[in-house]
Design a protein around this ligand. Structure first.
Ligand code: FE
Length: 209
């Protein structure tokens, strides 16, 4: 499989004023594209025939030269999809109920998610995931390129908290960027689709098992 940079699901200026076109340009055209180039350079022979998720699971904790660019390509694609410039509300009943039973309320989820995003020291990601063993949602943070799939979780949403995601717009004020993401940009339909796509969830479980 030849990996290509997936098109952004919206124009580069669409996330303004929370995330500027300049930030999206650098983030997508330089960083995301750069990880894809690194992945392409790192893959050999048969590895090219696997899906990106399979490469991530197989190289996890074994081959950082492949895992890091593979996970960063996947994480960034997932990050762009986690946001939408359209107004998006939490309408999916299954997801709404799970947020209530797992966190207490939508506001409690937001507080937890912000804590994780701010608590990730240095570069990394914060995630809303489905924990299949507990049949509950959970918030987690991961360092550098780390990804929830090989850890056995189904990712529903993510925010990139590497400095390159917000520094041009907010300098060191990561909290302002996270607030904008939580209040204006979350793509709830994407999260619901990920939760309700049982095929995808069971496929991930198999690979992680
Ligand atoms: Fe990034």
């Amino acid at each position: 499989m030849d990996f290509v940079l997936p098109e952004l699901p919206y124009p580069q200026k669409a996330l303004e004023p929370v995330i500027s076109a300049k930030t999206v340009h650098h983030h997508y055209d330089k960083h995301h594209a750069g990880y894809l180039k690194k992945l392409d350079d790192a893959l050999k022979g048969d590895e090219r025939n696997k899906s990106l998720e399979h490469i991530i699971v197989d190289s996890h904790d074994k081959n950082p030269g492949v895992f890091n660019p593979a996970a960063q390509v996947w994480n960034h694609t997932f990050y762009w999809e986690s946001m939408t410039p359209e107004t998006s509300s939490l309408e999916d009943k299954a997801l709404r109920d799970l947020i209530d039973t797992s966190f207490g309320s939508l506001d409690d989820f937001k507080t937890k998610f912000k804590d994780a995003a701010l608590g990730q020291f240095g570069s990394g990601w914060a995630w809303l995931v489905f924990d299949q063993d507990k049949s509950a949602l959970s918030v987690m943070k991961t360092l550098n390129a780390e990804n929830p799939i090989p850890l056995g979780y189904v990712p529903l949403l993510t925010i990139d908290v590497w400095e390159h995601a917000y520094y041009l717009d907010y300098q060191q004020d990561r909290g302002k960027y996270v607030d904008g993401f939580l209040d204006k940009l979350i793509n709830w339909q994407f999260a619901a689709d990920n939760l309700n796509n049982t095929d995808w969830a069971s496929r991930l479980k198999q690979m992680a098992g």
